[in-house]
Design a protein. Structure first.
Length: 163
């Protein structure tokens, strides 16, 4: 039997884990693009860490996966965070919220306030970019099309400052 999104969101015993970044890692390019080098320590994040940050993004604020990973790396005292793992858990959280909503449950994770690099919306978000756009517009964010992708206008102005 397939796991529900909510079951998939439970913490993984093998994570959070600090590793030395190697070029062979699937997330190497993404972590490298955020400033980590081969040999640096990076963290593979746990779902609860991703959700905790997402919950801190209040109405009128946004966060990108880059800022989220910087915060997680800082918490662990390492040079980087595997954005591939973080991205998987961001999408798992989004789908778990929508799954719970369909079941009549309230899960307080405003997933639509978490954006991809450079303020782009995630096309894999529940309901796709159209629903993601609607949820952001309901909070008075301006979203524009950039080819087939959508981006929040001036997203940098709204980035949350986490401690």
């Amino acid at each position: 039997m397939r796991k529900t999104w909510q079951e998939k969101l439970k913490d993984k015993p093998s994570l959070s884990r600090v590793l030395r970044l190697e070029k062979r890692f699937p997330c190497y390019n993404a972590v490298h693009n955020m400033g980590a080098e081969a040999g640096d320590n990076v963290v593979l994040v746990n779902p609860s860490e991703v959700m905790a940050i997402m919950k801190q993004v209040h109405k009128g604020k946004l966060i990108t996966i880059v800022e989220m990973c910087k915060q997680i790396a800082k918490k662990h005292g390492v040079e980087g965070c595997c954005s591939l793992t973080a991205g998987i858990f961001i999408m798992t959280a989004a789908n778990a919220v929508e799954e719970a909503r369909r079941e009549g449950k309230l899960v307080d994770i405003p997933y639509w306030r978490t954006l991809k690099v450079d303020g782009f919306l995630n096309e894999k978000s529940p309901g796709g970019q159209e629903v993601h756009t609607r949820l952001l517009k309901e909070e008075n964010f301006r979203v524009i099309a950039r080819g087939k992708k959508y981006q929040v206008v001036d997203y940098e102005k709204y980035l949350v400052k986490l401690t």
